[in-house]
Design a protein around this ligand. Sequence first.
Ligand SMILES: Nc1nc2c(c(=O)[nH]1)N[C@H]1C(S)=C(S)[C@@H](COP(=O)(O)OP(=O)(O)OC[C@H]3O[C@@H](n4cnc5c(=O)[nH]c(N)nc54)[C@H](O)[C@@H]3O)O[C@H]1N2
Ligand SMILES: Nc1nc2c(c(=O)[nH]1)N[C@H]1C(S)=C(S)[C@@H](COP(=O)(O)OP(=O)(O)OC[C@H]3O[C@@H](n4cnc5c(=O)[nH]c(N)nc54)[C@H](O)[C@@H]3O)O[C@H]1N2
Ligand code: SF4
Ligand SMILES: [Mo]
Length: 866
Amino acid sequence: MAQAVRTTCAYCGVGCGILATREGERGLAIAGDPEHPANAGRLCSKGTHLGETVGLEGRLLLPMIGNRQASWNKALDLVARRFRDAVANHGPESVAFYVSGQLLTEDYYVANKLMKGFIGSANIDTNSRLCMSSAVSGHLRAFGEDVVPANYADLDAADLIVLVGSNTAWCHPVLYQRMLAARAARGTKIVVIDPRRTETCAQADLHLALRPGSDVALMNGLLAHCRRQGALDEGFLRDRVSVPDDFWTSLEHDQDLWSVARACDLAPADLARFYDMFVAHPRTVTMFSQGVNQSIRGTDQVNAIINVHLASGRIGKPGAAPFSITGQPNAMGGREVGGLASTLASHMDFSPENVARVSRFWAAERIATKPGLKAVDLFRAVGEGRIKALWIMATNPAVSLPDAGRVREALAACPFVVVSDVMETTDTSVHAHVRLPAAAWGEKDGTVTNSERRVSRQRAVLPLPGQVRPDWWIVTEVARRMGWRQAFAYERPADIWREHVRLSTYQNEGARRFDLRAHAAMSDAAYDAMEPFQWDPAPFVDLCFSTPDGRARIVAVAQMELGEKLRDWPMNLNTGRYRDQWHTMTRSGISPKLARHREEPLVEMNPRDAMNLELIDGDIAEVVTPQGASMFRVAISDNQRVGDLFTPIHWTDQQSTGGRTGLLARALTDPYSGQPGFKSTPARIKRVALEWRGFLITQGEPAARPRCEWSTRIAVPNGALWELAGSGDFARLERCLPKGERIEASDDARGTRRIAVLRDGRLVAALFLSKSVALPTRDWLIEQLGLDTGAAVLAGRPSGHQVDRGAIVCACFNIGINTIVSAIADHGLVDVASIGAVLGAGTNCGSCRPALAGLLASAAKEVTHA
Ligand SMILES: Nc1nc2c(c(=O)[nH]1)N[C@H]1C(S)=C(S)[C@@H](COP(=O)(O)OP(=O)(O)OC[C@H]3O[C@@H](n4cnc5c(=O)[nH]c(N)nc54)[C@H](O)[C@@H]3O)O[C@H]1N2
Ligand SMILES: Nc1nc2c(c(=O)[nH]1)N[C@H]1C(S)=C(S)[C@@H](COP(=O)(O)OP(=O)(O)OC[C@H]3O[C@@H](n4cnc5c(=O)[nH]c(N)nc54)[C@H](O)[C@@H]3O)O[C@H]1N2
Ligand code: SF4
Ligand SMILES: [Mo]
């Protein structure tokens, strides 16, 4: 058997170590790396199923100019020439790169060096602008440097973990499991602050479903409470923190429990419980994520959290820290190289000394001297025709930027768009003049930095397919063709790494904490063998901050006005993630196992709103905002506050006619960070009346893409499942069926039609449509694909009794909600472990354990009510 290669997960910022073993041509067996400090062998559902996503289906394997294949030489020459021409004719500000926290540090470093150092513009921004730029701004204001002052080990040592705007159980599952382990071992308290009741709340001690956008009021109220209770660290405040004049007097205004509870729309007793818990447990970690960052007051929200930690001395000690958790695998690496338009390189900004220093180091003659355009402004500039050449790498802005309809128009109008991606077709790459095939996870080599500043190697396990090349190579080749051969003489990622290390140490006499001195003389062999390491294992334990006077800074922040609801837009649209999908689904969407957790894009809403709007569960509804409109399937649940809608960010033109959350979000941004307020957009929702429902299951892809009002696709083993709904005649959908022997059953009175297509007696496709009666569950039919089924398949279910297992909860063992609920009732199960013993659910990756806990809790509630 092949040797396991130690690498790092492709997905989130937890940065789990993985052992990947090659199986056959393109297969990978995946296991958690027990020696990696980030996960000690654990993986979540996404990491566990990485092996299902490394096939070649949908991959871009050759450079393309328009719709024609081209040689690398031609494609690279063209890119270099168009960028050079644009700079020559319109100046360096007329070109831009839009990059990603999913690039490796080495890729990122060369892209940043090319744009800022040599093209001479800082118009390189990253999708991290949409992700944690408010945390960066908050850190800069409070600490003088963008340093995350926490380690995962703090979660083990804390007595209280406060999760603000973080659905940790779904988005950072391995850390969530770590918190639950700490809780089991030592009774750590967990508090969740989120307007939605997420699965993260299932095992929390307290959930505060605050009014969206009221986090500053909640945190300022907490700070005032700590002061009243004598819970401030007066010595630390006096010696190590700068506090603005009048801070305390202005803070006390309106900060009694009742006023704060009213501002946050919380029960005063719940708020008091949280405040008392906070005072009682000095070892507190406050972990925050997009519910805090993705707000038009994101930076203030970050500082409101940090203020509380500074004032109570909960920083620089084990188990006590404000902890901004990062989303993407290399969000942190991007911050280190300076991938944001607002930073220069290596934790240096655009001060004249830093510009001179970096320019010397790079021997760059026309280095950028001021910040460039931030993502939202950058695409606005594209739309206004100010950007003549744009290069997008490893991100899908036509889906993920706010007001994505405008972004699509801007891309369509831009004179020259280059897209480097691993996939052939994305909503963004359809606008590209040149598409460059990038090496994917499993094929590329380099480093990533996780949320606790731990640098790990991603290592290649698979050979480069077709003509794909790593991103660093592509950028380097373009830079050389633009005339900077000397400055881009890299032959391998290790060459770039060494230069990155040298820049971090260059004239750095302790001014920047980001300093990789200890890793300076790394040979190629040492780079290959690099063990995960933290570049600063204990930031701020010396209580010395990166400000000129070494003091941290409390920043006065006030709760923004939360205006009255607008008449035409009475709802608030909140957006975010599902447990088993990654962003725009280009990779996680390939895995049939991951697809079943949520098969369609849902709009979740409170039963009271649904009643008022005459919507029922399973309806199709259109969510409308001033920016755009898109359809979703309605899911009614009291996990949502009245007046709030929640939609997922994952669905694109590639899978679906609906679910286009990016078209809906507004492009308002935080004034300091430029991060968009994705978590809140005024909206309304209305029912879409459709006459029929159906589904199509095919081996491979259908003969034609199903065209009807609602059609959404997910991957199934060796094929696809399309959920369909529409009005009028559904005969046109038969065009989607492949050739073969057809057997059919129709019932005109009931408006049903069922068609199976067989080849050599084996099922290759099934189309079921109905105007009235319920459709059979899809699972059995999916399992029949490729089998010798005969006409009985038209029944849509096995003879004998049929069990509908319901939506998949456990992705590893394909166990549905109905199966679990009956097992809880039939066997009288009371804990997650006994569900595992009976069904196996939750015993592999553990990502579904919060969901199992939730099902147990609702079963227990039903028993007491009965
Ligand atoms: N499964 C999965 N995991 C992922 C990703 C993925 O695509 N899929 N992406 C990764 C990336 S890049 C990121 S950035 C992270 C994001 O990780 P998270 O930030 O945990 O995820 P989100 O679902 O975007 O949003 C978090 C929560 O913020 C809440 N929220 C909304 N408004 C407010 C508010 O006003 N106040 C408060 N306190 N909370 C609010 C939302 O209800 C939501 O539950 O996940 C990473 N992990
Ligand atoms: N409404 C709303 N919008 C949001 C958010 C939200 O919560 N709400 N969250 C925002 C956040 S936090 C984030 S991080 C963004 C994420 O949004 P995006 O970055 O747009 O999403 P991805 O699907 O991760 O896009 C990555 C692209 O890179 C490609 N790719 C993968 N690996 C490689 C590689 O090695 N090289 C190259 N060249 N390409 C590669 C993938 O195929 C894919 O097309 O979305 C943001 N948008
Ligand atoms: S928590 Fe899951 S997605 Fe995140 S790095 Fe670990 S295995 Fe990958
Ligand atoms: Mo993100």
